[in-house]
Design a protein around this ligand. Sequence first.
Ligand code: ADP
Ligand code: 3PG
Ligand code: MG
Length: 346
Amino acid sequence: MKNVKDINFSEKKVIIRCDFNVPIENGKIIEDQRIEESLKTINYILEQKPGLLLIISHLGRPKGKNVPELSLEPIQRRLAELVQREVFLIKTLDELAKTREGNSEQIYLLENIRFWAEEEDADDDFARKITEGFDVYVSEAFSASHRDHSSISRVPEFVEEKCAGILFKNELDQFMKIKNPQNHPAVAIVGGAKIETKLPVIKNLEKNYEHILVGGIIANEALDQGLEFGEKVLLPTDFKPDEKSRLDIGPKTIDEFKEKIKEAKTIVWNGPLGKFEDEEYAIGTKEIIDAIVSSKATYKLAGGGESIEAIKKFSDFSKFDYVSMSGGAMLEFLAGKELPGISALN
Ligand code: ADP
Ligand code: 3PG
Ligand code: MG
């Protein structure tokens, strides 16, 4: 897989697939870290004076329809501020065809790629139309690389050169480190919801990890369904407020989990251990974050939308070696699946 350093962007017509899928309320961006994290790659390419720069992203799930609340307009404004250049929003493929006469001083941002139904169909004709006249594809969207969508897996097929962006490469490198941990014991903590996505992760982690500590809704479901795990997997043994309403892990479980975390050399965490948004049920998540932060592990990684929220609430990103921008993509990677967005760059 090539990265940006392997390509000369000067005079080239470049497409960057970003993941600007950020929370927006009433037209205001609530949290823009994914945009900020893409700037390194965008600026790196701009410095080389490309012939043309087009950025593509999705936002939300408009399902092939033009949903005004999911327009990239707020992102266009924020991006223009951050790169201090004009950013033009392109709303149709006809408009896109005309941009080929544009110049390198401007950035073109294609309207929410999921407004086109062809995107989620991984349509080749659509990919061909988008790439017409472009030379290079750069993916900065590791967090969307588990989607077999046109701009992720097809567009890179129709350009001469393709590579991973700086953030993409970094995410991949960090995930490689936790897939096969160098330092043992390796401890994974998996919580949150959606057992169907997290069960394959737990199963796959059992190969290379000494302990997998499971909490949150998925632990409750595993217990209810009587799921069986190997001895590396620890489920909660007590709950808050009680056995019936299992909204948080209890003090005994917290102690058991902490003991494993204390000895760990590698730690990966995804998914809150309880309903941490309610102060009353935040103790498990908070205590586990504290234990991770104060452990002597040489590598600590966390990822997942709500997990990141919990870190912001109870600790600090800087206390981790890496906090990932990817949720679903990270889980699929850790479950050992092949991601279309990674394969497309190879
Ligand atoms: P992430 O986005 O970090 O991967 P998930 O989306 O899987 O996490 O799940 C996070 C949600 O699960 C949180 O909103 C949290 O309130 C909820 N949750 C976790 N444990 C419990 C529980 N025991 N009871 C109710 N909600 C829970
Ligand atoms: C994410 O936020 O996890 C990515 O942008 C992918 O979004 P999606 O789950 O709507 O495909
Ligand atoms: Mg979530």
